[in-house]
Design a protein around this ligand. Structure first.
Ligand code: F3S
Length: 90
């Protein structure tokens, strides 16, 4: 099980989520973040931190956002660990 960042993050990148993650599970793409499912411990702390409600438990992802489950998993290995200090885009 993991948590997933979905499309509302794109071009927002508030990064409030990074500060509360106890295991550095967030990975940084140029305009959004994803969560590495191999790192996520399912604490759920990040869900309520996101101002645009982009983060879901993988079993609660809205159907129209389902592609992001695979995107988080597939993109994470090629992306750097998010430090939470990049410019906010939104
Ligand atoms: Fe994105 Fe929300 Fe985090 S906009 S960077 S998932 S706080």
């Amino acid at each position: 099980m993991t948590h997933v960042v979905t499309s509302p993050c794109v071009d927002m990148k508030y990064q409030e989520c990074v500060a509360v993650c106890p295991v550095e599970a967030f990975r940084e793409a140029p305009t959004y973040l994803v969560i590495d499912p191999d790192e996520c411990i399912d604490c759920g702390a990040c869900i309520t931190e996101c101002p645009v409600d982009a983060i879901f438990d993988e079993f609660d992802v809205p159907e129209e956002e389902n592609e992001w489950i695979e995107r988080n998993e597939k993109e994470s290995p090629d992306l750097p660990v998010a430090e939470g200090d990049s410019p906010v885009l939104g």
